[in-house]
Design a protein around this ligand. Structure first.
Ligand code: ADP
Ligand code: MG
Ligand code: ZN
Length: 519
């Protein structure tokens, strides 16, 4: 029997507001335990929540960027459960009327969806068949990336709602308390968005493509720092399998709080394989909550799946329904930055860049903005693209810096690119100048002047060098004239070396060709 995985993701996005969702406490990460708390986030009886307007604005931004409808009226609800990191005994969330609904994201996918398994052959064969297909899929994904864009697939977004985070239990040595367990409520009441997808995802790779896209968007929007290690962007993966051709979904499991793209892929693949194996052995998947163990790459059962009715959701009587005007939504829409997808297509159509260049340059908003600053200052598009993706990125990586801290500002890089364009220096020499600019404040013109790096375009001077080199390498000259055109590169190299890299390559090529052909 062949199986088709079905996946739906619930993503928790921690919002980058200065203060918490229902009180004025700081959301800063890493402070001393319980130092950022007040009666509201400590859940003291009688303390009343007050909604942080910024959280609503961020939720609207996320909704608009993911093509959702923004609800004119939404309601906060209490989700009741007990855990020591939740002092109120309930989490304030949204249930029946969330702030955003019915959105979607388009991702690029390969067409390998169904997973085969030799069910009759039992467990091992089932697993082997699945792994073979999976490896094939990986290869295709890799090849596809290099060859051309794959087909586009739309993943539905069911809803986005706002909620508060819980605190954190700490097991170990607690400053001032000795060893044992304690609770740190600094994180309690930190604002979260939960973004729930439709069960439209059909493989671990699609899940990762969707998550990467969503991650890029929330970071671009400036609503989340995107730090997955610190848990600012984490995902619950719902996975089920069904026989290919079936229209009824299988029973799903939910693997909680997976916090890296690699782990998401591992957790989903493990879970698909486990479920297929289980069914192959005649067993049944039970609906449950599971945990991913990054050490083993496996998931294991944590608890039986709770249902919505277990939580006794009801509208929070402390908070009035949230009413959002069309004007506010329109204002937020106007303030949205241009998103990566729109930027990419503009780079292709207006600047004539390749898919690859457009993709790399829009990977982060900072890089896109740096690049666009150069273009606005008059830098040539292709040259700026090559330099930003090449020298600039390489040097930043070596220095462990982000592009916002680049000592060579867009103004200075543009000045350098213009020297290349005017033919004052060659691209090669420009790299030397760039290195010098990195560690000094000097303008590129000053460096070129000081070091005598001006490109030689004077044909007389270059001709003299060519004559010398040809005279010293008559053997190769004969080879060239005998039809071995490959030695042309040798001559270019010799001339460039003799000129210490300063000869204008275009002039060198032209003159060399003329002279070698025996003019
Ligand atoms: P809950 O709130 O109990 O987690 P939901 O119905 O809101 O349940 O669904 C949560 C997630 O599970 C959604 O992302 C949805 O797409 C996904 N999902 C629902 N049914 C299935 C299924 N049979 N297989 C895989 N994912 C599913
Ligand atoms: Mg859930
Ligand atoms: Zn507080």
């Amino acid at each position: 029997m062949r199986f088709q995985p079905v996946i739906g993701l619930e993503v928790h996005v921690q919002l980058k507001t200065d203060t918490k969702i229902f009180c004025g406490c700081s959301t800063k990460f890493g402070a001393a335990p319980n130092s950022q708390t007040c009666p509201v986030c400590l859940g003291m009886p009688g303390a009343l929540p007050v909604l942080n307007k910024k959280v609503v604005e961020f939720a609207i931004r996320a909704g608009l960027a993911t093509n959702c409808r923004i609800a004119p009226r939404s309601v906060f609800a209490r989700k009741n459960y007990f855990y020591p990191d939740l002092p109120k005994g309930y989490q304030i969330s949204q249930f029946e009327l969330p702030i955003c609904q019915n959105g979607h994201l388009d991702i690029e996918v390969t067409d390998l969806n169904s997973i085969s398994s030799g069910c009759q052959g039992g467990k091992e064969e089932a697993t082997r068949a699945y792994s073979d297909v999976r490896r094939g899929a990986d290869d295709e994904v890799n090849a596809g990336r290099r060859l051309k864009a794959n087909s586009v697939k739309r993943i539905g977004i069911t809803r986005i709602h706002m909620e508060e985070d819980a605190g954190k239990l700490v097991h170990s040595d607690i400053p001032g308390l000795g060893s044992g367990s304690g609770v740190d409520l600094n994180r309690a009441c930190t604002p979260l968005l939960e973004i729930v997808s439709e069960p439209d995802i059909r493989s671990a790779d699609e899940a990762v493509a969707y998550l990467r896209k969503l991650h890029q968007i929330v970071v671009y929007l400036g609503i989340c720092d995107g730090n997955m290690e610190e848990g600012s962007f984490r995902c619950d993966a719902n996975v089920s399998v069904m026989p290919v051709g079936s229209t009824t979904f299988g029973t799903r499991t939910e693997t909680k709080n997976v916090n890296s793209f690699r782990f998401v892929k591992q957790a989903i693949e493990y879970e698909i394989e486990r479920q297929i194996e289980l069914i192959g052995e005649g067993g049944k998947v039970v609906q449950e909550t599971r945990l991913f163990d990054p050490g083993t790459g496996e998931t294991r059962s944590m608890r039986g799946k709770e249902e919505a009715h277990d939580y006794r959701y009801f509208p929070d009587p402390d908070l009035v329904p949230l009413v959002i005007s069309n004007d506010w939504v329109a204002d937020v829409a106007l303030s949205l930055p241009e998103l990566p997808e729109a930027r990419r297509s503009r780079y292709r159509s207006e600047l004539g860049l390749s898919d690859y260049d457009a993709e790399v340059l829009t990977a982060t908003r900072e890089m896109a903005e740096y690049f666009e600053a150069c273009i606005a200052l008059g830098a040539p598009a292709k040259g700026a693209a090559n330099w930003v993706m090449g020298e600039v990125t390489r040097t930043l990586n070596e220095a462990g810096k982000g592009i916002a801290e680049c000592p060579v500002t867009p103004e200075r890089l543009t000045a350098l690119l213009q020297l290349i364009e005017k033919g004052t220096i060659s691209g090669k020499i420009a790299k030397t100048v760039f290195d010098e600019m990195w560690s000094s404040d000097k303008a590129p013109e000053a460096i070129v002047e000081e070091k005598g790096l001006v490109q030689v375009s004077d044909t007389g001077e270059i001709e003299r060098i060519i004559d010398e080199i040809m005279a010293a390498n008559m053997g190769q000259v004969e080879e060239f004239r005998g039809g071995k055109e490959k030695v042309f590169g040798f001559f270019v190299g010799q001339v460039m070396r003799a000129s210490k890299g300063k000869a204008n390559p275009a002039v060198v090529n032209e003159l060399l060709m003329k002279k070698l052909k025996g003019a």
